[in-house]
Design a protein. Sequence first.
Length: 60
Amino acid sequence: MAKKTKKTVRREWTKEDIKELKAHSKARTPVVKIAKMTKRTEGALRQKAIVLGIALGHQR
């Protein structure tokens, strides 16, 4: 029996989402925590951060 794969659900980035991501970047929140709060993958967050030109995933 074949494994069931999850259907990819794409959500647009709202202005509030971007504002929140920038705030987390400034606060140096770990990417794992941001991913759980925003219900997005770490990869999606990192890609958006690259596009916006902000840093994510700070080492402490």
